[in-house]
Design a protein around this ligand. Structure first.
Ligand SMILES: [Zn+2]
Length: 492
């Protein structure tokens, strides 16, 4: 049995500014056996494929696997960039000799100039290369997809957790289905629905209402004989694309009627919960007040999730923490390449500095914040992730400087957007996070995989940014009129 594997992933924030070009993808592109060598043992989709295919004695034919490099700003992929990798997959499959199946690791939220539904197009090009053999796809749950993908692919499998801790498992589910299909004991049969709901990522945590109810129902259905996998992708609201929003994909063993029934049930359940995907959240001022109230009561540490900031330069939370005189806090990222360069060229650890940081990308970022403090760490940290998400993965950052503003208040000026979704993002800057009361993360849900085990409270916020919780802050050109709550039919 010869199974080809390939990947081409992106989650495109079309509300960011610069087009995404080949230069952003090429440095992170793996080709041929490198795909196997560099993914084996890392808990991701590809390793899930490898584990099953190895165990079943299949011959693995690695083609190309690519995603954009971390840390830059970007928006729509250029058509040239899309064509390069979509065609490289197709060409690689064509010249691979006789194949029995193709496993594609995609993301589902790619936005491409001139290509309305990129993932379906990748599969169609692969199909044109290999003909009538099974092609199966894995997706992140931040996927905007519709029937074009279910028509192009034989089976679609989507993550079940946000924070995403089941990428490898999803790869294994797909690869097991592939092996059974090639061996003839499984006939992949799929139904797709579009409930018509668009939601901000911060509302989509899988362990909490409303996604928990939906995923519980999926797991219930999967206990039914014949239902192999029931997937619901809540979607990615920051890509202004024609198929934006939630989608349901159900895979059964040769039972179309059952697939349709399960997909419709999940569609209806999601629709009944639609209002929970846009409930009001505190703004920067209210979130700071709330956090300080918790701390005063002894409920600490508190995480504040500023999920809107896609660039890292937003100053809304920083200004509120300063204005309300909160102490014992950290903001692990204010992205500011110019300030970072100035710090690198003009200061060293131990120096006192005064400068204005952040608030430069666009209006939603706020204005620059003036800070004054002591540089306690500077450098290009390199460390290993320790939380449940991507545990063991190595991180190499650009230049960062951690500045102590006094009273155990820390702000990190960074060349590139950085996170601290687990403690390594802080300890690598020689910061003892156990002394902190408030940790402000520019993240929506992923940080909860680690920080829920440390923080007593996680405060979700509605703060301006390129990825706001309140989608009425954004202007959509391509969303369908009936998409709840952003389409014309729903707007007042
Ligand atoms: Zn995701």
């Amino acid at each position: 049995m010869r199974i080809a594997i390939a990947g081409f992933s992106d989650e495109t924030c079309t509300f960011c500014k610069e087009p995404t070009t080949i230069e952003r993808f090429e440095p992170a592109t793996q080709r041929g056996n490198t795909i196997i060598e560099e993914n084996r043992g890392i808990p991701n989709y590809i390793n899930g494929f490898l584990k099953v295919l190895d165990a079943k004695g299949a011959e693995i034919v690695p083609i190309v696997n690519t995603r954009k490099t971390a840390g830059g700003f970007s928006s729509w992929l250029t058509t040239e960039c899309f064509d390069k990798y979509a065609n490289e997959i197709a060409q690689g499959l064509k010249s691979a000799g006789k194949l029995d199946g193709v496993l594609l690791s995609l993301h589902g939220a790619m936005a491409v100039t001139g290509v309305p539904k990129p993932e379906a197009e990748i599969v169609r090009r692969a199909r044109a290369a290999v003909g009538d053999i099974p092609i199966m796809v894995t997706l992140d749950l931040h996927a905007n997809e519709d029937h074009e993908l279910s028509e192009a692919a034989d089976a679609v499998f989507i993550l079940k957790t946000y924070p995403h801790v089941d990428s490898e498992e999803t790869g294994m589910i797909a690869a097991n289905c592939m092996v059974d299909t090639v061996q003839g004991s499984f006939v992949p049969t799929m139904a797709c629905r579009r409930p018509g709901i668009v939601s901000a990522s911060i509302y989509q945590a899988s362990a909490y209402h409303p996604m928990k109810e939906i995923y519980d129902r999926c797991r219930e259905w999967e206990k039914t004989s014949g239902v192999y996998c029931a997937s619901v992708a809540p979607g990615y609201a920051y890509a202004d694309v024609v198929d934006i929003g939630m989608s349901v994909f159900v895979v059964t063993n040769n039972d179309q009627e059952l697939a349709e029934k399960v997909a419709q049930d999940l569609n209806d359940l999601a629709w009944s919960l639609k209002e929970s995907f846009s409930e009001p959240l505190p703004d920067a001022k209210e979130a700071t007040q709330l956090a300080m109230k918790y701390v005063a009561e002894g409920t600490r540490p508190v995480v504040i999730a500023d999920g809107a900031d896609r660039i890292g330069d937003s100053t809304h939370m920083l200004k509120e923490l300063l204005a309300q005189k909160a102490t014992n806090w950290v903001i692990p990222c204010i992205t500011d390449p110019k300030a970072a360069k100035w710090l690198e060229d003009n200061s060293k650890a131990g120096d006192k500095v005064d400068l204005a940081i952040g608030g430069w990308y666009d209006e939603s970022s706020g204005t620059p914040a003036k800070i004054s403090g002591t540089v306690e760490y500077m450098g290009r940290p390199s460390y290993t992730l320790v939380g449940p998400m991507r545990k063991g993965a190595r991180v190499q950052e650009g230049f960062v400087a951690r500045i102590n503003l006094g009273n155990n208040r820390h702000v990190v000026v960074a060349q590139h957007m950085r996170g601290a979704n687990d403690s390594a993002g802080l300890t690598s800057l020689e910061l003892d996070y156990t002394t902190l009361d408030i940790i402000v993360l520019k993240d929506r849900v992923h940080h909860r995989a680690f920080w829920d085990s440390v923080a007593k409270v996680d405060i979700r916020t509605s703060v301006p940014g390129q990825g706001p919780a309140d989608l009425s802050d954004l202007h959509y050109d391509n969303a369908p009129d009936d998409a709840y709550p952003i389409g014309k039919h729903w707007r007042k």
